[in-house]
Design a binder for this molecule. Structure first.
Ligand SMILES: Cc1cc2nc3c(=O)[nH]c(=O)nc-3n(C[C@H](O)[C@H](O)[C@H](O)COP(=O)(O)OP(=O)(O)OC[C@H]3O[C@@H](n4cnc5c(N)ncnc54)[C@H](O)[C@@H]3O)c2cc1C
Length: 285
């Protein structure tokens, strides 16, 4: 299996900036995220504070960033990472049933702004899942619920419906799964995950629905949930001025590394994280 020098998680300004710098420094990189980059770029109507690009729209900025990646021959691997494991001399990054390997990792996955649902944390691993691909088979033939926030949640629900018995889909955005006999759309606000030892129901503002598992699919996962052992401060990964975390070889940048939430700060930290990763890789020689 190929072992990359640096795996970069996230295709917002932080991850893209890290990828550009790491590539220029001659590193073998794996950039994981979306070819649409980040909804936080494309949804901005007008950006007034990005140096050199006054009055640019989010879509125009996304276009420029994509062009910059193409010019350097940097490809985006369209995968979501559900877990990062520090293995000693390298890292394992899990995406569905696949594992990627890298000597260092830069986490640039943005910040979770949504409040956790009551019971979500308590039942994580006992009927609450953040990854449809990872856990679908555990619920083969059973009834599950999807709370769909991420841009690919509807697609993930369609995939789930091919494995599990039936799916209740609670949309948190405008994208709905395709019509299928075993997918029921519930347009209500999820309030709490219920159960005793494991999940038995989801409570919404419209009622209570029995379920075996609640898949909570967001664009970003709370960092300590997908990187075991990383030091966090709420939704943020703790970093030093060089974007180092408490785990050797693991760096974080952009919104996930704290406020202010700004493009140029994210891009600047991405650059610093890449240079720190390069420095770290040099110590391995
Ligand atoms: C509507 C709007 C307007 C804004 N306007 C401005 C502005 O005018 N000026 C300004 O400076 N800032 C603005 N911001 C803030 C700015 O968007 C953020 O600070 C910036 O996008 C943060 O960049 P980032 O790279 O850290 O994270 P993000 O842009 O959030 O990118 C993170 C990326 O990582 C991906 N990702 C997450 N988890 C995973 C995973 N497990 N595996 C793979 N990929 C993953 C996400 O899908 C996303 O593509 C605005 C934000 C919004 C929402």
């Amino acid at each position: 299996m190929e072992r990359y020098d640096i795996a970069i998680i996230g295709t917002g300004p932080a991850g893209i900036s890290a990828a550009i710098t790491a590539k220029i420094r001659g590193k073998n990189i794996l950039l994981l995220g979306s070819r649409d980059l980040s909804s936080k770029i494309t949804s901005a109507e007008r950006i007034e504070n990005y140096p050199g690009l006054p009055h640019i729209s989010g879509n125009e900025l996304a276009q420029k960033l994509s062009e910059h990646l193409s010019q350097l021959g940097i490809e985006i691997t369209e995968r979501r990472i559900s877990a990062v494991y520090a293995m000693g001399s390298y890292f394992g990054l899990q995406s569905g049933e696949d594992i990627f390997e890298a000597k260092s990792v830069i986490v640039a996955s943005g910040v979770v702004r949504e409040k956790l649902i009551e019971g979500e944390e308590k039942f994580l691993g006992r009927g609450v899942s953040y990854c449809a691909t990872c856990d679908a088979m555990l619920y083969k033939g059973k009834h599950v619920t999807v709370i769909g926030s991420s841009s690919d949640a509807a697609e993930e629900a369609e995939f789930l419906s091919t494995v599990v018995g039936s799916v209740d889909y609670i949309p948190m955005n405008d994208i709905l799964p395709a019509e299928r006999e075993n997918i029921r759309i519930i347009k209500e606000k999820p309030l709490a995950v219920e159960g005793t030892n494991k999940v038995s129901a989801i409570r919404t503002d419209g009622g209570e629905y029995e379920t075996n598992c609640v898949f909570v699919l967001r664009d970003a996962i709370m960092p300590d949930k997908f990187i075991p052992g990383v030091d966090t401060d709420g939704a943020h990964i703790k970093v030093d001025i060089s974007m180092r975390t408490n785990i050797t070889g693991l760096f974080a940048c952009g919104d996930i590394a704290g406020t202010p939430y700004q493009y140029i700060k994210a891009a600047g930290q991405g650059n610093t994280a890449a240079l720190s990763a390069v420095k770290y890789l040099n110590t391995l020689k």
